[in-house]
Design a protein around this ligand. Structure first.
Ligand code: RIB
Ligand code: CA
Length: 317
């Protein structure tokens, strides 16, 4: 699978890159950073740092500096001031590629029609900009996998929205309504199942080697945040799970439905809005945020043991 990665590294984004690097059936063709966990320029440097650690050197471009229609908000309180739990280390050896992340998505999709999968692990600003630059993008990409949203479960950054959708609701709504024929949403409905606890973290801490050592540092920081928030040393592997489901769709079950994103709710901006009613499609529907939209595959039940084994093994090499 040939992948364009759009990401805001970020601890779990970094773990997703490490996961992908260990998969023989995954090729990271290019990386674009986006504002989110940290500002986009720092996210790009962090991507270079992690890619260097795992021995990969795809082009890395800097993406959108801020959301489409709201001030920039970042999440250093979760991921650390350097975005990597305080373990970013020295400046990366690699250098950034020219151009923007959105332009990179469009250029590569046009040059490789129907071949590339876009994995979006941060706010969807770059993906939205790419759709605006190239309206045929839905027909040029093979598929799109998005980590974001919360359909039937509470949010994380607010009670209603996950961080990626909250950090750019307009972009999320534009992407979910762009008409991608194959878009898989790996939201909190799925990722909150991939929460690792003390046993898994302790087992990982027994591993040595550059990848395991770095992962343990990242997870120690991430786990401390969860200890503060939830009173237990645990953490949720949001982005690595989205990467794993992208490579092996059998890791999850799905519900397919059109989706929108709330844009004007005083308290609910960024919330995924859907019609969960089991009524026939020609029933009277006074309002439906998904009306006329191409349905989205929403990941639901996850084969967590299989994923966690894959994640653990990806850090051994
Ligand atoms: O809500 C979780 C998502 O927001 C993850 O992608 C995490 O890295 C943050 O970007
Ligand atoms: Ca992310």
């Amino acid at each position: 699978m040939r992948i364009i990665l759009d990401t805001d590294p970020g601890v779990d984004d970094a773990l997703a890159i490490m996961y992908l690097a260990a998969q023989e059936d995954a090729e990271i063709v290019a990386v674009g950073s986006v504002h989110g966990n940290v500002p986009a320029p720092l996210g790009a440097l962090n991507a270079l740092r992690v890619l260097d650690l795992v021995g990969l050197d795809p082009p890395v471009t800097v993406g959108a500096a801020k959301p489409l229609a709201q001030p920039l908000q970042t999440a250093e309180f979760v991921h650390g001031d350097d975005g990597l739990g305080g373990h970013a280390g020295p400046p990366p050896r690699g250098s950034l590629a020219p151009g923007s992340a959105a332009e990179q998505i469009v250029r590569l999709a046009r040059a490789n029609p129907g071949e590339l999968t876009l994995l979006a692990l941060g706010p969807l600003t770059n993906v939205a900009l790419a759709v605006l630059l190239e309206p045929d993008l839905p027909d040029l990409l093979r598929s799109v996998v998005v980590m974001g949203g919360a359909v039937t479960v509470p949010g994380n950054i607010t009670p209603y929205a996950d961080a990626n959708f909250y950090h750019d609701p307009e972009a999320a709504d534009l992407v979910l309504g762009a008409g991608f024929p194959e878009l898989v949403l790996v939201g909190l409905d799925a990722t909150e199942q991939a929460r690792v606890g003390a046993d898994w973290l302790n087992a990982l801490s027994e591993l040595s080697g550059p990848r395991a050592d770095f992962a343990n540092k990242l997870l120690d920081h991430y786990g401390q945040f969860y200890s503060t928030m939830f009173g237990e040393h645990s953490c949720t592997l949001h982005d690595p799970l989205a990467a794993a489901i992208m490579l092996d769709s059998k890791l999850a079950g799905y519900r397919t439905m059109p989706l929108g994103v709330e844009l004007t709710g005083t308290h609910t901006r960024g919330q995924v809005v859907s019609d969960l009613r089991s009524i026939s499609s020609d029933a009277y529907i006074s309002t439906n945020a998904g009306a006329g939209r191409v349905p989205i595959k929403v990941a639901e039940k996850v084969d967590v043991p299989t994923f966690l084994d894959q994640m653990f093994n990806s850090l051994k090499s």
